[in-house]
Design a binder for this molecule. Structure first.
Ligand code: ADP
Length: 888
């Protein structure tokens, strides 16, 4: 601006009092007016500087008006020129000088701002030059010592114009930053002034006429150049220069706001005295002290730091002033309410050339975090003490299984010092043969995150230690485990397992013994029963017949007793096995009750059975055990009934999915059971009539066995009874239904059957008996004859095959255990289509003394059709034969 001003001053301080001076003063006044207008427009952005400018510009305007008044007075000759000159010159000089001082001071104010200093320095220098020229030229014009024409021609004039031209040239360089049309316009304006000065120089050295012509040209140039210059400068001042300052102001405000909104306290302090020179508004919000207190109190920092932290914090800060290194630390300050605040301070040192170092930093409130850390530390300390003094072993390992921590109990259990364990890993306390398993288990723990197992560890002294171990993943790369010594329990377990094995072995031996015994006892019994039966069929005296009858009866009772004891022993030993196979309920009932009907017939009792129509007949289960229960309950009913009858009624109790629960109600009209016995008759060896002269035979085991069988099959037996009128035993048993629906009821639709003994001999058929035991062979052959069958007998499987190759038999009774070739192998040959046996489909009935469970399956698997347990009873033989011969 001063550059422009200088040119103006050159203009309005030069020349004599000619009419064109009014024009020149008018345009100069217009120029000042424009400057004032521009400065007023800027007022709101930087009030201080604009006020100075405004005063400077107004004084410039006053000076023009003053000169205008002086000129007017001079032309009107109101006051003689000679009288005015002594006053006008000092007043004009004074106004010019003061105006320039105000304008310069406005710019000097800007100079304080370091960033703008460079720019205003140029303006300031130009301003001073202009002031100098103004004074010099004004003095030259108004001193009266030099006429105007002479002035231009004088050495002063030449110097003046030369200096003016140089200043304008310099101003052109300064103003090069203006761009576009404004630069062009300014160039023109400066060009004009430059030309004016050039002409001024020429003026001083040319003739009178030339002076007049040149003077006119100069005045014309002034009229054109000054308004253009004033307008451009006004615009420039407003749009460019002050806009930039306004931006700077705004960015300063933005910066302040930003700093104030930063979460932490932004601060600046002197490094030596630690006095705050700046703090952001957050300081007041966080600690409650006003920002002014931070800045005004030189001991603020010292007084507000927590006494425990004060010393070292101040030392650190002061130290930073010397070493210049940045630091971060956490410390406490006392807030306005007297509370303690934890702050994290990040401080750096700003050291500028020739300036004392300052500290700049940011403080964050970390009180909450510190509280959390403190409580974490506290709970960690607690946790550590729990672990350390826990009565169980505890350890922490890393991802390689190396001990990172152990507790004293754990170390003591392993016989190591805690420090020793820290140099070891899990593998070191495992027996060598378990190390690979241990490694795999550890890998699994890493995957799954937890593990629980029993492990064998090796103590430092080589002793073995069984532990129960629980381990969990603690976090990245850490696993914690707890272990308890269970060596004693393990030893007890081991002892128990050995004892159980021994007991199992003993039990197995007992079962084997029982099986053997039953075999050994049944074989001679078979002979006695068979022979007694045959003996009774010969001609005997009544007395002999009675004795033979008693012998037969006793033998049968003995056989029953052996069977029951065997079953009971098996149940007791838990050795009783159950089959699961398809069977027809009606067939089982018919076959079982058919046998019992003989006894009923003998006692002239009515025995009938009925199956409800909705009862499914095709079931899956153990038909042998079902028959055994029915035999026992119905047998008892017949035994304890003198007159009347026994009825078996089968109904469906429940059916769900593939399961059906049946109820078999056995009703008799017998002696009944006294109330007090009802709860006990299922207990082994309990009988109502326990006297030595008992009327009814029996062991007192039948009901106990039946009841346990029913329970093992998932069912139950209950009884209602009244002495003198009879009893009802209800057997409830669940069975699976067969999956495939049978074609049609092959057993016939009639589910109600009444038995009457049919003594007629069945049709004749040829039977082959294979049996190695001579007595048995004789007995069975006699039985067969008695039943009306013809039978050939052989002593082993090989002879049986030979016989079947030459003769076509209707049925084969095959002993299982025979020398040379046993019954299973012989049956396989019969069934083999490649063998020379005439009829491969001949029914084969197994005869075996081995009453153990599974025997039946073994026979059926070998290709046999049915099974008779030795000693063979006539009735059983008759049932089986009629069943299989009927089918032929
Ligand atoms: P056993 O018949 O061999 O004596 P059980 O265990 O079969 O042994 O029967 C135990 C007792 O229960 C019988 O001795 C008898 O006193 C009584 N009892 C069983 N069934 C009946 C019944 N239907 N009527 C009357 N009493 C019965």
């Amino acid at each position: 601006m001063s550059d422009y001003l200088m040119a103006i001053l050159v203009e309005f301080t030069g020349g004599d009092f000619a009419p064109d001076h009014f024009v020149r003063l008018g345009t100069a006044a217009l120029f000042w007016g424009l400057l004032i207008w521009a400065a007023m427009r800027q007022r709101r952005h930087d009030p201080q500087r604009n006020r100075l400018l405004l005063i400077g510009f107004t004084l410039g305007l006053v000076r023009e008006l003053f000169m205008f008044a002086v000129l007017s007075l001079s032309f009107s000759k109101t006051i003689p020129n000679a009288l005015m000159q002594p006053f006008t010159k000092p007043v004009e000089q004074l106004l010019t000088g003061v105006s320039l001082v105000w304008i310069a001071s406005a710019y000097l104010d800007s100079l304080l701002d370091a960033r703008l200093a460079g720019r205003y320095l140029k303006g300031g220098v130009a301003c001073l030059l202009a002031a100098y020229l103004a004074t010099f030229r004004g003095w030259a014009s108004f001193s009266g010592s030099l006429p105007e024409a002479n002035f231009h021609a004088s050495g002063y004039g030449v110097t003046f114009h030369l200096a003016g031209a140089m200043v304008l040239a310099a101003a052109l360089v300064f103003l090069w930053r203006v761009s576009g049309w404004r630069r062009t316009a300014l160039l023109v304006a400066f060009g004009v002034f430059f030309l004016d000065d050039a002409l001024g120089l020429a003026y001083g050295i040319s003739s009178e006429s030339a002076i007049t012509v040149l003077g006119s040209i100069r005045h014309g140039l002034h009229m054109f150049g000054i308004p253009v210059f004033g307008y451009i400068y006004g615009r420039e001042l407003w749009e460019h220069h002050l806009t930039a300052e306004r931006e700077a102001l705004r960015s300063r405000e933005r910066y302040q706001k930003l700093v104030d909104t930063i979460e932490g306290i932004v601060w600046e302090a002197t490094a030596d005295t630690l006095r705050f020179t700046f703090v952001s508004a957050q300081a007041e919000r966080l600690l409650g002290y006003p920002v002014s207190a931070w800045l005004s109190d030189p001991d603020f920092c010292h007084d507000r730091i927590h006494p425990e932290d004060r010393g070292w914090v101040l030392n650190i800060c002061r130290g930073m002033g010397y070493d210049g290194a940045s630091r971060q630390f956490e410390f406490r300050m006392i807030d306005a309410g007297g509370g303690t605040l934890w702050l994290r301070n990040a401080v750096s040192v700003i050291a500028e050339e020739g300036q004392p170092p300052i500290l700049r930093g940011q403080m964050f409130d970390i009180t909450e975090r510190r509280k959390m850390i403190d409580s974490l530390r506290e709970s960690e300390a607690k946790f550590r003490s729990y672990i350390e003094f826990a009565p169980i072993g505890a350890f922490v390992v890393d991802h390689l299984g190396r001990y990172v921590e152990t507790n004293r109990t754990g170390a003591a259990m392993l016989g190591y010092a805690e420090a020793e364990l820290l140099d070891m890993s899990i593998a070191d306390v495992l027996p060598p043969e378990y190390r690979e398993t241990g490694r795999q288990n550890f890998e699994r723990l890493k995957e799954v995150g937890s593990a629980s197992r029993e492990s064998l560890l090796v103590r430092k002294d080589g002793g073995l230690l069984w532990v129960s171990l629980q381990a969990v993943k603690l976090g990245h790369d850490r696993y914690i485990g707890f272990f308890q010594d269970i060596t004693e329990r393990k030893e007890t377990e081991q002892a128990l397992i050995s004892a159980k094995d021994a007991a199992d072995a003993a039990n197995a031996a007992k079962s084997q013994f029982l099986a053997n015994m039953s075999h050994e006892l049944r074989t001679p019994l078979n002979g006695i029963i068979g022979m007694s039966g045959l003996l009774m069929d010969t001609d005997l005296t009544p007395e002999q017949l009675e004795y033979a009858g008693i012998a037969l009866k006793s033998s049968k009772d003995l056989l029953d007793l052996i069977d029951e004891l065997l079953d009971f022993a098996r149940i007791e030993a838990g050795k009783l096995l159950f089959e699961k196979r398809d069977f027809n309920l009606q067939t089982v009932l018919k076959d079982t009750i058919q046998i019992l009907s003989l006894q009923a017939e003998e006692k002239r009792l009515q025995l009938d059975w009925e199956v409800e129509p909705d009862v499914p007949l095709h079931l899956k289960g153990d038909p042998g055990r079902l028959a055994q229960i029915i035999r026992n309950i119905v047998g008892n009913a017949i035994k304890f009934t003198r007159q009347g009858g026994v009825a078996v009624h089968v109904s469906r109790e429940a059916e769900e999915g593939g399961l059906v629960t049946l109820q078999l109600a056995v009703t008799d009209t017998g002696i009944g059971i006294p109330q007090e016995y009802l709860g006990r008759i299922f207990t082994p060896f309990v009988q109502v009539d326990g006297s030595s002269t008992r009327k009814y035979s029996g062991t007192g085991l039948g009901l106990a066995i039946s009841n346990q069988l029913a329970e093992l099959m998932g069912g139950s037996i209950n009884v209602v009874s009244a002495v003198g009128s009879g009893s009802i035993f209800r057997i409830v048993l669940p069975f699976e239904k067969q999956e495939q629906k049978p074609m049609k009821n092959q057993e016939g639709e009639n589910r109600t059957v009444f038995f009457n003994r049919d003594a007629d001999a069945p049709q004749r058929a040829r039977i082959l008996l294979a049996e190695d035991h001579t007595t048995n062979r004789r007995v069975i052959r006699m039985m067969l004859n008695k039943l009306g069958y013809e039978a050939d007998a052989v002593a082993n499987g090989r002879d049986a095959i030979k016989a079947l190759e030459s003769t076509s038999y209707d049925l084969v009774l095959m002993d299982c255990q025979m020398p040379e070739m046993n019954g299973y192998d012989a049956t396989a040959v019969i069934r083999d289509p490649a063998s020379h046996v005439l009829d491969h489909a001949t029914p084969v009935i197994a005869l075996t003394a081995n009453a153990m469970a599974g025997e039946r399956d073994k026979c059926i698997e070998a290709g046999m059709n049915d099974y008779l347990s030795k000693p063979v009873l006539v009735q059983d033989l008759e049932t089986v034969l009629s069943k299989w011969l009927e089918k032929r």
